[in-house]
Design a protein around this ligand. Structure first.
Ligand code: ADP
Ligand code: F6P
Length: 324
């Protein structure tokens, strides 16, 4: 079958936002234009697609955005798009607006939707955008670098006051199912404990014992990084204080980790991934996911990528426990 001619592409952001998404959008728009394509921005992810919130974009639509957090296209979660009817409606709306190809910037859920659109004849390319780093086929996701740097700075500050007051501090970082932010901050901040959804066995007594021993050795602070997926940091703090006699405070960093100006790495990698996505569409590719693997920017079949499994790297976890 002859490849479909691509004249106009769309771009949307979907799921949780991530710093660097604007850099990716900017690269999609400018690369597509350089290839002679027209570009439409779809607002609010799949929800905006179904509501036909579609705007024309040109080079200047993305001026002054590379340094900005969030997403200029806004983002949303959309239940209707999970249904076959919603997906068909989405594909029909793309056709109605002359959108031959689509770049979807988001996480695994968004890519499932992208795969469905590809099967319905809309050439679709995914770009990994999530602070969680939880997409199996790629070693980099847009926003992770900024998020861990934001969290690291905040944890350094908490460590100062924790030391002054000789307290234990539990700091909850984002990651409902994935502990990468917790692990990286745990290493970067030299935390005494790193609690990951993938590894935590729930043995709070062991933590209490280690705090008591550390106190006997004269340790002034005790930093526990707790991933959102384990949660309950406030009640954990109360129990630890009661069991150890060490004043304990909990801080939940929350959505501050999703905002802010992207780091250099997030700007550069997001730009390369966005440009690659637009190039793939210009070449007539579909149902592909842009990824970073073994030092190279590559792309995978969406369904194959979604089948891949990811886990915390055991050696990183072991090293963190050994050196902290
Ligand atoms: P992320 O893309 O970050 O993983 P979500 O899991 O919330 O975020 O997914 C974002 C959106 O992708 C959902 O709100 C929905 O519109 C769409 N989506 C999720 N799962 C599917 C699916 N199985 N089929 C089609 N679309 C889906
Ligand atoms: O996927 C990114 C993420 O920030 C997760 O770490 C977190 O569990 C979730 O999104 C929070 O989502 P919401 O924006 O709905 O609170």
């Amino acid at each position: 079958m002859a490849k479909k001619e691509i004249k106009t592409i769309g771009v949307l952001t979907s799921g949780g936002d991530a710093p660097g998404m604007n850099a990716a959008i900017r690269a999609v728009v400018r690369t597509a234009i350089a290839h002679g394509l027209y570009v439409k921005g779809i607002m609010r992810g799949y929800a905006g697609l179904l509501a036909e919130e579609i705007v024309d974009m040109n080079r200047s639509s993305v001026s002054d955005t590379i340094n900005r957090g969030g997403t200029i296209l806004y983002t949303a979660r959309c239940q209707e798009f999970i249904t076959a009817e919603g997906q068909k409606k989405g594909a029909d709306i793309c056709r109605k607006h002359g959108i031959d190809g689509l770049v979807v910037i988001g996480g695994d859920g968004s890519f499932m939707g992208a795969g469905k659109l590809a099967a319905l004849g809309i050439n679709t390319i995914g770009v990994p955008g999530t602070i969680d780093l939880d997409i199996a086929c790629t070693e980099y996701t847009i926003g992770f670098d900024t998020a861990v740097n934001t969290a690291m700075d905040a944890i350094d500050k908490i460590r100062d006051t924790s030391t002054s007051h000789e307290r234990c501090s539990i700091i909850e970082v984002m990651g409902r199912r994935a502990g990468y932010i917790a692990l990286w901050c745990g290493i970067a901040n030299g935390a005494e404990e790193i609690l990951l959804p993938e590894r935590y066995d729930g043995d709070e007594q062991a933590i209490v014992n280690r705090i008591t021993e550390a106190r006997k050795r004269g340790k002034k602070h005790y930093i526990i990084i707790n991933a959102e997926g384990i949660g309950h940091s406030t009640s954990m703090a109360r129990r630890i204080e009661a069991a150890t006699g060490v004043e304990t405070r909990a801080t939940i960093l929350g959505h501050m980790q999703r905002g802010g100006s992207p780091t250099c790495k997030d700007r550069v990698y997001a730009s390369i991934m966005g440009a690659k996505a637009a190039e793939l569409l210009a070449q007539g590719a579909s149902n592909r996911l842009v990824a970073y693997k073994d030092g190279k920017f590559v792309d995978f079949d969406i369904q194959e990528a979604l089948q891949m499994k990811k886990d915390i790297l055991e050696d990183q976890y072991t090293i963190a426990k050994m050196i902290n």
